[in-house]
Structure formats: C-alpha cells, structure tokens
Design a protein around this ligand. Structure first.
Ligand SMILES: O=P(O)(O)OC[C@H]1O[C@H](O)[C@H](O)[C@@H](O)[C@@H]1O
Length: 306
C-alpha cells in the first residue's frame, strides 16, 4: 500500500492524537505518532519502534545508530528490533540470519486506534506465506501490538496456525539511549545466573553480585529474571523501567570498544551511547506452542526522574 492509501485507511487526525504515514530514511515507510502523552516513530518494515519520548521527557527512550542501515533486507540498528522465530544464531546452523528474519521483513498494518485515555495503538502483523515458509517451514500468525502513551508497551503474539507444535525463541531487543554507558547501572539481576557470551568468556555460567555495571564488553543471558528491571542513568538523570510478561530470560548487551569498531552500522563511540536490556525467551527458555495456541511476550517501558 502506498503512503496515501495507508493514511486514508489508517491515519488518525483528531483531538485525541495524530498518526501519519510518511516516507522516512532510505525511502522506508514510517509511522509518526503524536498524542497528548508522547511522540513515537515506528517502522512497519521490521515492526520496529524507533523513537519514543513522553511529553515530559527531555530525551528519547531509545537509541538509533546514525550509521544504521535503512534498506530492505537489512536490520535497523537501534530502537526495538524484534528477534523471531529464533533469538541469536540460527539454531539449525543453516546460514539463516542471526535473530531470525522478521526484523528485516515488511509487516502489514492491521489496525491503528486513538484510545479514550489519549494513547495510541498500532497493530502490525506477518502471516506465513511461501516466502516465510522457505526460511522457516511453519504456519503462523505473528502480531505486534504497540501502545504509545505515558509508557510504551510492545506485545508480540505468536499464533501457531498449523497442525503440529512448533518451538521458538524470541526477543524484544531494546536499544536504550544512555548518557554514558560506563556510568549506568542495571538493577534487578542481583543473585541471578548468567551465561557469559562476551568474546573469550566461553559461555561460562556466573552468578551476578549486585547491580550490573558496563566497564568492558557485556553480552550476557540472565536466567530466572524478575518481571521488573531498571536502568539507572546519572548522566541523563533518569531511570528506565522495563516490566516484562512471559519472559524469564534477559540479555544485557554493550559491545564496548572493539566490538563496536567491528560493526559497520555503529559509530566507534556509540558503545557509550546505549545499552541493550532485552526481554527475551532464550537459552533454557525455548517456547513450544501447540497448534491453535498463542504465546504472548510483552514489555512495558517507562521513564522516571532519579
Ligand atoms: O548486530 P545485531 O545482529 O543486531 O546483534 C547485536 C547483539 O545482539 C545481542 O544482544 C547479542 O547478545 C549480541 O551477541 C549481538 O551482537
């Protein structure tokens, strides 16, 4: 659908808020939202939230790399990419992309809505077809429900539309903007075990003591995590709250100097500008979905002053 048709069918222009489709970077279609509570930018290519800022916040919640690719077939580095139907490397080692394929895939706009409380909802989806089944041979209906209000919510629902069970791993790979990664702390993980995926760490299993600090490459899968994590950022003078549903694993990732340099879609200094705290189902948390059933992974993000 072209921009005009999308605006005619799904645009919102009312006292309760504005939602417009525009052509953004790389010619990709974008959804711009402005309501009384917040502004947001969403890419229906990738099903990805790229920006979110509550009206009373000075800075955006999310980081997007200045060097991110905005091109079909490429993942956009930043915002909240959706990793599905596998998180991390191809589980069958068939050379398929890391973190699945839907973060570089066109999603269909299914619905938009201005809600009575002044917030705005967008629903995007992908249903299996011959192209998806060539990559992953399952029948499914994948929906992402994005809610832009005083907080931002993202809920990813997977319906098994086939007649056999299938298994997935998945994640909401949020890149949070921070003032200086070396000064932040991630709270809520004290006492939890993590698998250390950093270069040279050999997947060692380690127990977290206290808050997580970023002083070198951090690439960890935490197990048995509680439903509330937070990022304390003394530079931007704020706390980011991450409330999750149906997720007991979380990834904390910061590439630090060398890994950032090796990534073409990151600036050398970007490791200071973000931290990923990802709401996931991975490692021990492989999700089996019986035929006809739906699994919902969700996160709610908020910003509070310190
Ligand atoms: O560069 P990407 O494919 O977007 O992945 C970025 C990063 O995501 C995750 O958090 C992984 O734990 C990292 O190992 C990976 O490098």
């Amino acid at each position: 659908m072209d921009i005009e048709a999308l605006n005619a069918e799904h645009g919102i222009d009312g006292i309760d808020g504005i939602l417009h489709f525009t052509k953004g970077r790389g010619g990709l279609t974008m959804i711009e939202i402005a309501n009384a509570q917040a502004t947001a930018l969403i890419s229906p290519y990738a099903g990805q939230v790229l920006a979110y800022r509550p009206r009373d916040a000075e800075d955006d919640l999310l980081f997007v790399s200045e060097r991110a690719y905005f091109a079909e077939g490429k993942a956009i580095k930043g915002g909240i990419p959706i990793c599905w139907p596998w998180f991390g490397a191809d589980p069958e080692a068939k050379g398929r992309p890391a973190h699945g394929f839907v973060r570089a895939w066109p999603w269909t706009v299914l619905a938009t809505e201005a809600l009575a409380d002044g917030s705005t909802r967008v629903e995007l989806g992908i249903a299996d077809d011959a192209d998806t089944r060539a990559i992953w041979p399952q029948y499914f209906n994948l929906l992402v429900d994005i809610h832009v209000g005083a907080t931002l919510s993202v809920a990813l629902s997977t319906l098994n539309a086939g007649d056999r069970p299938f298994s997935i791993t998945q994640g909401l790979h949020a890149y949070f903007k921070v003032g200086d990664a070396s000064r932040i702390r991630v709270k809520g993980l004290d006492g939890r075990s993590y698998i250390d995926k950093a270069v040279g760490a050999g997947d060692a299993v380690i127990r977290q003591v206290g808050q997580v600090a970023i002083e070198r490459e951090v690439n960890r899968i935490y197990e048995d995590v509680p439903p509330l994590l937070s990022i304390v950022d003394p530079t931007l003078d704020r706390r980011i709250r991450i409330e999750s549903e149906h997720s007991r694993t979380a990834v904390v990732w910061n590439p630090w100097v060398e890994t950032a340099k090796a990534m073409d879609d990151l600036d050398d200094q970007d490791y200071r500008r973000f931290v990923c705290v990802e709401t996931v189902n991975t490692a021990s948390e492989v999700i089996e979905i019986p035929p006809g059933e739906t699994y919902r992974l969700a996160a709610r993000y908020g910003i509070e002053p310190l």
